[in-house]
Every structure is written in structure tokens, then in C-alpha cells.
Design a protein around this ligand. Structure first.
Ligand code: PMT
Length: 317
């Protein structure tokens, strides 16, 4: 059996062959190509493009899905990173799990969101004074990012959709070479039920305990680095709940998947601190405690953008 960096090609092909095809593939490809085209010569020059993945993938247990296994992720990291990439001049393809946190909406109250607004009369809608600033900034920044073709949002739900869309994006970005980046913050399922062995209808609950055999999802990082986007700058993530094994696991992933850096984070402290693990050493990144409203992604994206610039420079010499 032939292998891609230790990964069976058969495993990868059988994952894709058994996946239900994307329902709106043509629409996705068309949006993607239009976005890439606009950013190929924006203002007379090619912009850098980053694909930010965000949120957790689901694993359906039934083809007409009622029940599914989910992966933890609020999407906050991906949304906050997207805002910072746009600020740094990038065009962002935001590949996100439906229903998770969105760029520019993080500072708005989501529970209950409608409390932001009031109706002084039947023809007017107003924002409550306490939320005016947050709503104004969110609306203006989001509209500017979309109007300048700096933000394309593509939603997924299942592991099948996520991996097929990631492949489409990687293939579409091939010509951007080192000016493209993959920032893989999504929490991706490691196990799934192959479509063909999945029951069509809702699993019956009256026949005792349920036995399900889960197959392993091929680690797509290898194939992304080797086949889909070998010239792109690639940042992956490592999440652990045991801080004692975090850096060791991230270092192993760096070597195994030959990504340019691994962002290591521990579940309970992920909003305050991450460690960027790369061949040039480990850097601890925190938010600025003296700056009100500072988030870890402000400093993280600054560092990643810096590393990307060096990568592009080295690539062209
Ligand atoms: O969304 P938040 O609540 O803000 O939380 C952010 C986060 C903790 C989810 C994020 O910072 C993070 O760590 N994301 C990656 C979590 C994860 O799934 O880690 P992992 O060890 O399972 O996977 C490591 C890498 O391999 C990931 O970059 C993933 O994209 C990739 N992967 C995973 C499984 C798989 N079958 N193929 C992959 O390529």
C-alpha cells in the first residue's frame, strides 16, 4: 500500500469516496473562485489569503441525521483571529461551523441579543444606549470587510462537509503558493461512522444498549501539506486538557505533519495563553493585561503574520 507521510492513500480515498457529496458544491466553488479572483489583483497587487477554520465538526450517526457526536469548540478563536487577519491586510476565507461565534459579533450580547434594540414607535428601530458603540463597530467593520472582499464565510456542519470544503479551498488557492496560509483552529473529529455503514433512519431506542464502531478519520494535515497545498504556510493547533503533555504533543505534531508552527493551548487557559511551537523555539503568547479589551489573538496573529512574512521572503530567494 502506498503512503503519504505515513498515511494510507487508500484510507484517504475511501473517506472521500464514501462521503455524501456536498449539496451546494457549485455555489461554493463559484463563491470561492470569485473571491480568489478579486484578491488576485486587489489594488493592482495580490493580497495574502488565509483560510481560517473554526468550530467543531459533527459526526452523524444516521443518514437522516437526528443524533450526532460533536466536537467541542465555541468558534471564538477562529472569529477573533479572522478579525485580526483582516486588520493585518489579509483576505480571509472563514470556514466555520454553523451556529458558532462569528467575526465582529463577539462583543455583542448573544443572550438575549434582541435586548440590544428598542422601538420608540412603529417606524423606528433603535439600539439601546448601552450597546450603541459595540453594535456600530461590529456592523461597520463587518460591512467594510465584505465590501473590500476581505471576508468570505463558508459554513459546514459535518466532518464530511468540512474535509471536502477544505480540499476545495486548498485546490483553489494553489496559485497563491507561499502567499496563502492555512490556520487550522477547528476542532476536527478523529472518529466517524462511514456513510455506507450508517443506518438510514433514526436508530431505534427500544432494543437495549447501542454498539457503534467508529472508523478513524484520516489526519488530513498530512495530505494538505503534501498534496493539496504544499507551498502554503500552515499553522495547526493542539488542544489538551493535561498541561503536562501539551508541549510534547505539539512538538510531535510539528515534526510529524511538517507544519510551520503548532499553536498549543490548554482547555481552561486557552483564552489567556497559547504557546507557538516551531523549529525556531517555543514562544508563549498572552493578552496584554494592561490594555483593556486585549485578547490573546491580537498578539498571536501579530506573531503569525510576522512569521508568514519571513516565510514568503525566504521562499522567493
Ligand atoms: O473555539 P474555541 O472555543 O475558541 O476554542 C479554540 C480551540 C481550543 C478549539 C482551538 O484553539 C484548537 O485548539 N483547535 C484544535 C483542536 C483539535 O482538534 O486538536 P487535535 O489535536 O484534535 O487536532 C490537531 C490538528 O489536526 C488540528 O489543527 C486539526 O485541524 C487537525 N486535524 C484533526 C483531526 C483530523 N482528522 N484531521 C486533522 O487534520
Amino acid at each position: 500500500m502506498s503512503c503519504i507521510s505515513g498515511l494510507g492513500e487508500d484510507e484517504v480515498s475511501s473517506f472521500f469516496e464514501s462521503s455524501p457529496p456536498l449539496k451546494n458544491m457549485e455555489e461554493i466553488v463559484q463563491k470561492l473562485n470569485a473571491f480568489i479572483h478579486l484578491n488576485s489583483s486587489a489594488g493592482g497587487r495580490r493580497r495574502r489569503i488565509v483560510c481560517v477554520t473554526s468550530g467543531g465538526t459533527t459526526v452523524p450517526l444516521e443518514q437522516r441525521c437526528v443524533r450526532y457526536i460533536d466536537n467541542f469548540s465555541s468558534g471564538n478563536r477562529g472569529a477573533a483571529s479572522t478579525e485580526n487577519f483582516v486588520k493585518a491586510g489579509y483576505a480571509v476565507i472563514f470556514l466555520f461551523r454553523r451556529g458558532t461565534c462569528q467575526p465582529y459579533s463577539r462583543s455583542l450580547p448573544d443572550d438575549p441579543f434582541l435586548e440590544c434594540f428598542k422601538f420608540p414607535d412603529n417606524t423606528n428601530i433603535q439600539v439601546n444606549a448601552s450597546h450603541v458603540e459595540a453594535v456600530k463597530v461590529a456592523v461597520m467593520d463587518q460591512q467594510a470587510a465584505v465590501a473590500e472582499s476581505r471576508l468570505l464565510k463558508l459554513p459546514f456542519t459535518t466532518i464530511y462537509e468540512y474535509l471536502q470544503m477544505l480540499q476545495l479551498i486548498a485546490t483553489a488557492l494553489k496559485d497563491f503558493g507561499p502567499c496563502s496560509m492555512f490556520y487550522l483552529a477547528a476542532a476536527v473529529s478523529d472518529f466517524y461512522v462511514p456513510w455506507k455503514s450508517m443506518t438510514e433512519h433514526k436508530i431505534e431506542s427500544g432494543s437495549g444498549p447501542l454498539d457503534i464502531r467508529l472508523a478513524q478519520v484520516p489526519k488530513m494535515l498530512s495530505i494538505l501539506r503534501t498534496n493539496w497545498a504544499p507551498k502554503a504556510f500552515c499553522i495547526s493547533f493542539k488542544l489538551e486538557t493535561d498541561s503536562k503533555i501539551l508541549i510534547e504533543k505539539a512538538t510531535k505534531a510539528l515534526r510529524k505533519y511538517k507544519v510551520h508552527a503548532v499553536v498549543a493551548n490548554e482547555l481552561s487557559t486557552r483564552k489567556e495563553e497559547v504557546v507557538v511551537v516551531s523549529s525556531s523555539g517555543n514562544v508563549v503568547v498572552r493578552c496584554d493585561s494592561e490594555k483593556p479589551g486585549s485578547i490573546v489573538e491580537d498578539n498571536l496573529i501579530r506573531l503569525i503574520v510576522d512569521r508568514h512574512s519571513t516565510y514568503i521572503k525566504e521562499f522567493s530567494t
